[in-house]
Design a protein. Structure first.
Length: 305
């Protein structure tokens, strides 16, 4: 059965590891995440954004993930990532999602609290956990934010937000960025800010925009025609330090997309006569699975199921 993020993140925070939230949009990405979790004996969060739901269909995605949970025998949640409004959250709760994120980071503090509390009041009686976001990340997401508009999370404001909203997990902005082009220079994450937030906030903290954009994937994709010049992600040692300072949930999307496109390009280049979707997408699924497994080992969640 599916569990909530609250069930997954409480032990992670206590035992200083993080649970990966891996975005899916089709069968292959779901199989990659589920098979990796089983092989690594790791708890896992299967995440879907509103755009993924629009692409794959709410009912299709929800039922696929529920089927995966019934057969995988590892703790798994189904999470709405970056829920855009109350209506979207309501539909996901009704469809069987066990965790939802309401992204009110574009609102004023008071509006964000009010919207989040409204979602909490809907979700908690149904056993669904709620994540919110305070601060804004640059990069590509459901909404695009320019670098100059990114806002880092204030520790004292975070404490007040959690107390007033009764949220179960808080996504914080400490300098990460969505997408494959996270930094123009070297990564600069504000670890002291994260330390302060962790000391003031008593719920698990979440790191968005945390893909590392591995050089080997970029090299492979570029070799087969992808144009990804300047792609740069979060160094793995930064991820490990963030976990030691209180991060209990880490979102990964870009690295899966890169592994997928690199492998599809490779197959189509090396086998130009191939037209069987299973022989094109199968290797891509395996590539995504290896990325997920490496993240689980990095996050320390392997063997925690």
């Amino acid at each position: 059965m599916l569990v909530s993020n609250r069930d997954l993140l409480a032990p992670a925070r206590t035992r200083a590891y993080a649970v990966g939230a891996f975005n899916i949009s089709n069968l292959e990405s779901l199989l990659a995440v589920t098979e990796a979790a089983v092989e690594e004996k790791s708890p896992v969060i299967v995440a879907a954004t509103p755009s993924a739901i629009k692409y794959g269909g709410l009912s299709y995605l929800a039922k696929m993930v529920r089927t995966a949970a019934e057969s995988s025998l590892v703790p798994m949640s189904l999470h709405l990532d970056h829920g855009s409004d109350f209506e979207m959250v309501s539909k996901c709760v009704a469809a069987g999602f066990t965790s939802v994120m309401i992204d009110g980071s574009f609102l004023t503090f008071e509006q964000n609290v009010a919207l989040t509390k409204r979602v909490v009041d809907l979700a908690h009686p149904k056993g669904v956990s709620v994540e919110a976001e305070l601060g804004r990340l640059a990069g590509v997401e459901e909404k695009t934010v320019e670098e100059k508009e990114a806002v880092l999370t204030d520790p004292e404001t975070a404490r007040e937000f959690v107390e007033n909203s009764c949220v179960d997990a808080l996504a914080v902005a400490i300098g990460t960025s969505h997408g494959a082009y996270k930094f123009k220079t070297e990564p600069k994450l504000d670890f002291e800010r994260l330390r302060s937030i962790s000391e003031k906030v008593d719920v698990p903290l979440v790191l968005h925009g945390a893909s590392s954009v591995p050089a080997w994937i970029i090299e492979k994709a570029s070799r087969y025609g992808a144009e990804l010049k300047g792609a740069k992600g979060i160094p793995e040692e930064h991820i490990q330090k963030a976990i030691s300072l209180g991060i209990a949930k880490i979102n990964i999307d870009t690295d899966l997309r890169l592994a997928f496109t690199a492998t599809v390009r490779e197959v189509l280049t090396n086998s130009p006569k191939e037209f069987d979707p299973r022989k094109i997408l199968g290797p891509a699924k395996e590539a995504m699975k290896e990325v997920v497994k490496s993240k689980m080992r990095l996050f320390g969640s392997s063997g925690k199921a």
